[in-house]
Design a protein around this ligand. Sequence first.
Ligand SMILES: [Zn+2]
Ligand SMILES: [Zn+2]
Length: 341
Amino acid sequence: MRSVVIDGPGSIRVDTRPDPVLPGADGAVVAVTATAICGSDLHFYEGDYPIADPVPLGHEAIGTVVETGPEVASVRVGDRVMVSSVAGCGHCGGCATRDPIRCHSGPLIFGSGALGGAQSELLAVPGADFQLARIPDGLSDEEALLLTDNLATGWAAALRADIPVGGTVAVIGLGAVGLCAARSALFLGAATVLGIDPVAQRRDRVVAMGITPAEPSATTAVMELTGGRGVDAVIDAVGSDVTMSDALTAVRAGGTVSVVGVHDLQPFPFPALPALVRSITLRMTTAPVQQTWPQLIPLLQSGRLSVDGIFTTEMPLDAAADAYRAVAARSGDVVKVLLTP
Ligand SMILES: [Zn+2]
Ligand SMILES: [Zn+2]
């Protein structure tokens, strides 16, 4: 099968690898019909994480089940399914909460070495009853792909931001996760959502979504909006030293900073004293993907929550090197890329 691999910083190629085998009696193999590049994939691409051997990349996939183990009960060969980007064993007390991060065996993420990469023709999925869900009628490929990671992440970011109804929220970073978080914040009752991004075209795009665009820094934009008090909540969808520091400054006293952007491996200089004297709540979240599905699927089906306009680009899997280059440029034209194997 063909699989997108990274050899080192900036070095993406499509490799031919052996087809995956069934990963145990509770596993399945999925023929990937659509996959996507996530902002967190760029940490490998930009050299933030060490790469010893070529790593098959990608953790967002939908596809068709082509093989199941004897213990799999919830999906059958031929089913159109989505794959949670974060995997748990599916059998322990932690997984019973439907949050794979709480798996007692430790969660695994596709495309980071331990499991196969979703940017492949075939994907082996352990614990298929936990990791897979049939895609219900009426959901588009784009919506299902966003449910595997970015929408689940943005939704969890907003849920965990303690947004008061009628409150003010700043979202730092208007990539796919930031857009999902901003729309979730509006859905959950925020009256004003500031969308902070340095790229003018990304700011222009959000006006139609009901989001108020602003240039960085978040602190400057927020203080202008709130007369120097700060916003009720800041969602950081970037996760750099600069944006996390900015978030901790822009939030009001007693407010919440909700971080879902993925940091690099360097220590973060945390402003402990200002955070303490201002009673800031800081939440760091990896999406409880499977837990969000019973909430988000009906909201998408009913049209109450929209993710239109988040995917900007579709390319064949074989063009992965070009696709990564385009995503890494963080332009206004290319926000989210769908790859078809
Ligand atoms: Zn991701
Ligand atoms: Zn588990």
